[in-house]
Design a protein around this ligand. Structure first.
Ligand SMILES: Nc1ncnc2c1ncn2[C@@H]1O[C@H](COP(=O)(O)OP(=O)(O)OP(=O)(O)O)[C@@H](O)[C@H]1O
Length: 340
């Protein structure tokens, strides 16, 4: 649901009716201790009658409650989560930065991992953006993205917007004051997950396996570090979210177990695209798109020889990871740490 529709829910529908249509609203009210708000009014009018002090406890004013309502519904409402199945995604080439044609057509199936490599500024994020907005020749690259082999008209595109793609970007901004348990539970519940308790536990264990420093189910999500919140979002995307396509921009700096993270996502039959400068991640993918000057210049399938080199790269990477770990621990860095 887009902001305009969410504001209409807050302005035009009584809280009573809202609760029937979106039971998850009860959790929103409980979080802000608004359970006793008059339910016969729409949310925007009901908060007018409220004591400002209660809201101030949460650092909110009346407008802040409406904003918080929209953010909550964007994150948790089921309307967002009825995803169409995506078996394949096709990228039809457009033009590079010099206006020359890419002359490519690449079809990727669910469960495949695709890495995107190329120099800084070459257009890796642009390709991810083209996929995210399901470009139809209307972005600077003129690329077109087909879903299940079909071109999307404006209506289909609009309907699919926000439903297909989970974007795991560098920074996660959590606005709500929830614990990890509450956050995961709400997600699971809003996606009508059977056995929400079990899924929450699985997701929590999965996230902690990826994160460097461990966190608890009772840790507030606003207190998670960048790497921990990234790990949580990856586990959430794998176990709870049902977005069939996952876009990851530069996971290397997140301080989490990168290979395990990608494997976790691919096992869940997602279609995973990772923009990366990291050899381990690039070669861990089934296919590799090489970008230069804004255009796709090569599409490589991982070869047997490359797969074999992965072990050696992993050893090198472990040495580097160990160095980083020692550095964080305040240890002396000596040459013997460079041995495998
Ligand atoms: N084919 C294209 N035509 C026109 N502009 C393009 C094209 N491809 C990329 N660009 C533009 O070039 C700029 C740099 O691209 P982008 O940010 O995607 O690079 P990047 O490879 O992700 O860089 P980094 O590795 O630094 O993150 C952006 O403004 C992007 O919109």
């Amino acid at each position: 649901m887009i902001r305009k529709d969410l504001l209409a829910l807050a302005n035009d529908i009584s809280i009573e009716d809202l609760l029937i249509e979106h039971p998850i609203v009860a959790d929103f009210l409980a979080n802000l201790r608004l359970d006793n708000i008059p339910k016969q009014l729409p949310l925007s009018l009901a908060i007018e009658e409220m004591d400002e002090d209660i809201l101030q406890e949460f650092g909110l004013d009346k407008f802040g409650v409406l904003l918080s309502f929209c953010e909550f519904m964007e994150t948790f409402s089921t309307a967002k989560n009825q995803n169409p199945a995506v078996a394949t995604l096709t990228i039809i080439g457009g033009l590079n930065k010099s206006g020359e044609p890419e002359n490519i057509s690449l079809t990727i199936s669910s469960g495949e991992i695709v890495s995107i490599v190329g120099p800084t500024g070459s257009g890796k994020s642009r390709l991810l953006n083209d996929i995210e907005c399901l470009a139809q020749g209307d972005t600077p690259t003129m690329r077109r993205i087909l879903v299940n082999g079909v071109e999307l008209d404006d209506l289909q595109r609009f309907e699919m917007e926000g439903k297909l793609v989970a974007q795991l970007s560098q920074n996660m901004n959590f606005v709500m004051d929830l614990t990890v348990r509450e956050f995961l539970y709400l997600h699971a519940k809003s996606r009508l997950t059977v056995d929400a308790e079990q899924v929450v536990e699985k997701c929590f264990l999965g996230a902690n396996a990826l994160a460097g420093e461990k966190f608890l189910l009772d840790t507030k999500i606003t207190q998670l570090s960048g790497g921990q919140s990234r790990a949580l979002m990856i586990a959430d995307t794998a176990y709870i979210s049902n977005s069939p396509i996952v876009l990851i921009d530069e996971i290397e700096n997140a301080g989490i177990d990168r290979r395990q993270a990608i494997e976790l996502l691919a096992q869940r039959e997602k279609l995973v695209f990772i923009s990366t400068h990291d050899p381990l991640l690039a070669l861990g993918a089934d296919k590799r798109i090489v970008i230069k000057n804004g255009g796709i210049i090569k599409i490589l399938e991982i070869t047997q020889a490359e797969k074999q080199s992965l072990n050696a790269i992993e050893e090198l990477d472990n040495i580097l990871q160990n160095l980083r770990h020692r550095l964080r621990e305040g240890d002396q860095i000596t040459v013997d740490l460079l041995k495998a």
